[in-house]
Write a protein that binds this ligand. Structure first.
Ligand code: PMP
Length: 570
């Protein structure tokens, strides 16, 4: 077996040298997207510098060069997943589009009322919503496969769900939350027994295990380039040729046709029938480069290293007191989903971020799975072959510090509540709020050097923040767009000044709310309009928290404040 050197491998990813929040980046969000090696980055810019032309169309040399590289990538993908012919490889913009293509082309033309589409409880939204839409359009029904205790699709119950009415069974090869390999062969066998097709969502599997579509004998297999060290905006739909040939086009336009007249249009051969318009040529060619890169590392050696890392990380995480995995037992790939008792998942992710560790918290685009497991969300550490044992040690150490700090929080006395007071309230609508001023906040942050100390201040504010009563947490007060739950209520005094009060189940959001509310409270609409919130956050060194990311939801809070003021209906 080829040797795998983690040092050499890591060096190929320039972003891993970055500092984040002043700390060396530890990137543990690989299930969302992987980082890109230099050869893939250079491949893209090289294409634009030396080969850029539209493919398949012109009769000039540059177009021929681009087309050769583009079709060479298709050959590479065909070999990589062991498809029968390159006609079975359709370019899309990602797993999501691949599934939508099958749902709208095959599903819409084939499904009849009361036909059944079988999914599983662990699917990503990308493998649920396209099926719901086509079910609505055709009258088909959705049925759902239960999971076993260990989080894989339960083979004991397959035939309780898959039956005579089943037309297609769509499931993840590996769930993006649970990280276990589903019993794929068994599910395909049962689907075939009922002449149902199978679609496998390989978005998570493609970077971690060998995929052989002929051995699997599935009808469709989908994946995205960006999860396997390739570019964003490119994906693959593998489909059996005989089935693809029967399917109508998904989108219409240039390239997918043979002849067009106003009377009649005939469609192109596979795979072009499904590739309308100018494709992501640079991305497709760079996907070819990412496959070449993976092959050069030696698959077996790379997977063997990942396996050691997975086992080590699982053992280390298991040693963190109060860490509860979302399902019991070890995952098959290095994807670990858990919560820390007594801590909001979002707070855990924000604390890790403050020391340079990138993880994801929330529902991970798998809300039905969260409901099934009766959790509101979890923290996910997802590792890749460029991660190392020291990074795992550091993350685990930080988690241990976090669990320790929860105990300290519980021990704290009321001495931290000096900023809190009842606001001068009106009889009609008393609002209890933090009496924190902009000057207080500026003074606190002037002392905080570095992101981790700013983060500590935010968490302290979050801890001291006066909470909303249950009655105040209504549909109307909810702030939509935050990944954690957050609420805002408001009251306008007779003087015209606004009083706001907010809450969130995540401490970090409560802290950020306290900072915002210090700036907006006790101001009239005119004063609020004149106040430059971006400038305030920039002075505090918190501008990144005004990013439109739904992770922190600060933009959503600002929007809610603006709405409340505009309608003065608080
Ligand atoms: N399925 C799974 C299991 C995934 O993890 C993802 C990406 N998180 C998708 C589908 C969708 O992939 P993309 O966003 O690249 O289309």
């Amino acid at each position: 077996m080829q040797q795998f050197s983690i040092t050499d491998f890591r060096q190929q990813f320039p972003i891993l040298q970055s500092l984040v929040n002043g700390k060396p980046l530890i990137y543990f969000d690989n299930a969302a997207t992987t980082q890109k090696p230099m050869c893939v980055i250079e491949n893209q810019s090289d294409y634009y510098q030396h080969s850029n032309a539209n493919v398949h169309r012109a009769s000039h040399a540059l177009s021929a060069k681009a087309t050769v590289a583009y079709e060479d990538a298709r050959q590479r993908v065909k070999k990589f997943i062991n498809a029968n012919t390159e006609q079975e490889i359709i370019w899309t913009k990602g797993s999501t589009e691949s599934i939508n293509l099958v749902a709208q082309s095959w599903g819409r033309s084939t499904l009849r009322p009361n036909d059944e589409i079988v999914l599983s409880h662990s699917e990503h939204h990308a493998n649920i919503v396209p099926w719901q839409i086509v079910a609505e359009q055709t009258g088909a029904k959705i049925k759902v496969l239960p999971l076993s205790e260990t989080g894989i699709i339960d083979i004991e119950q397959l035939e309780d769900v898959i039956g005579e009415r089943t037309r297609i069974v769509c499931f993840g090869h590996i769930s993006n939350v649970i990280g276990r390999i589903n019993p794929t062969a068994e599910i395909i066998r049962v689907a075939k027994k009922y002449q149902a097709l199978t679609l496998i969502d390989g978005a998570q599997a493609i970077a971690h295990i060998d995929v052989d579509v002929m051995a699997l004998d599935c009808d469709f297999y989908v994946f995205s380039a960006h999860k396997m060290y390739g570019p964003t905006g490119v994906g693959v739909l593998y489909g059996k040729k005989a089935i693809l040939e029967q399917m109508p086009p998904y989108q219409a336009g240039g390239e997918m046709i043979k002849t067009v007249s106003f009377e009649q249009t005939s469609f192109n051969e596979l795979p072009h029938k499904f590739e309308a318009g100018t494709p992501n040529v640079a991305g497709v060619i760079a996907l070819g480069a990412s496959i070449r890169f993976l092959e050069q590392q030696g698959h077996a050696a790379l997977f063997a290293y990942e396996e050691q890392l997975r086992a080590y990380c699982f053992a280390q995480l298991s040693s963190v007191k109060d860490l509860v995995f979302i399902v019991a037992g070890e995952p098959d790939i290095p994807v670990f989903s858990f919560s820390l008792k007594g801590q909001h998942n979002h707070d855990v992710a924000a604390a890790l971020d403050s020391v340079g560790i990138a993880v994801r918290s929330g529902h991970h685009c798998a809300m039905p799975l969260m409901q099934y497991l009766q959790v509101t969300g979890c923290v996910r550490l997802s590792l890749s072959a460029y991660n190392n044992f020291q990074e795992v040690d550091f993350a685990v150490q930080q988690l241990k510090i976090l669990t320790q700090s929860v105990l300290e929080t519980c021990d704290e006395t009321s001495s931290n509540t000096s900023h809190l007071r009842l606001s001068a309230s009106n009889n009609h609508n008393p609002i209890v709020s933090n009496d924190l001023t902009v000057d207080d906040v500026l003074a606190m942050f002037a002392k905080a050097k570095g992101w981790d100390s700013k983060h500590r201040e935010i968490m302290l504010l979050g801890k001291k923040h006066v909470r909303l009563s249950v009655q105040d947490k209504t549909e109307q007060s909810i702030i939509s767009g935050c990944e954690s739950h957050a609420w805002l209520v408001c009251y306008q005094e007779t003087s015209g000044k606004f009083r706001f009060k907010g809450d969130s189940d995540a401490k970090v959001i409560r802290g950020l709310l306290a900072i915002i509310l210090a700036a907006v409270n006790n101001k009239t609409a005119a004063e609020l309009n004149a106040f430059d919130l971006d400038d305030y956050f920039s002075t505090l060194g918190l501008l990144q928290h005004l990013s439109p990311s739904r992770g922190n939801g600060l933009r959503a809070i600002v929007k809610k404040i603006e709405q409340l003021i505009a309608h003065s209906n608080c």
